[in-house]
Design a protein around this ligand. Sequence first.
Ligand code: SF4
Ligand code: SF4
Length: 179
Amino acid sequence: MIIGNSGLPKPLSFFQNWGIFEKLPQRKRKTMKKDPFYAPGLRFSCIRCSSCCRYESGFVFLSRKDAELLAEKQEMEYTTFVKTFCRWVPAAGFGRESRLSLREKANFDCIFWDEGCTVYDCRPLQCRSFPFWESIMRSEAVWKNLDCPGKDRGTLHGPDKIEGYLEKRRKEPIIKREA
Ligand code: SF4
Ligand code: SF4
């Protein structure tokens, strides 16, 4: 699940919004979680159309755990994995900070796309937790505008499950460094 420059789940501006949300104080976050629009649950079942893994430039950010699992899968040392499969993305509005993302191919497909996700069993948390991201769950309007054919169909995901994904993302932050 790529954070795209266009298409799913919406462009760089989406990433910037998400960055802004990350900076909100904890008190505000709790207020936002008090009566979330997703309290009755949300329906989502991926139909594997692949549009969020391919076609457009974007970012798949990695936590340390993501990178270690993927390195193990590639039978590589961690540093070799980062050099081979990753890139550092300067984060808009965060000074000299950069974040670790997977590389993409020349055609903008994810580096791990080959007629399907080749690392599906250990795909990054960003991919596994879509569409239950803070940047999407913060607003029903964002959810409604989400351009994903798996939205509002299939499995009903309750608020506890959704909160579980949000919490997991907080506990497994994206790898950052000073650029
Ligand atoms: S249904 Fe949605 S989540 Fe699944 S591959 Fe398509 S765009 Fe991605
Ligand atoms: S790691 Fe797999 S699921 Fe995630 S964007 Fe790449 S191909 Fe898609």
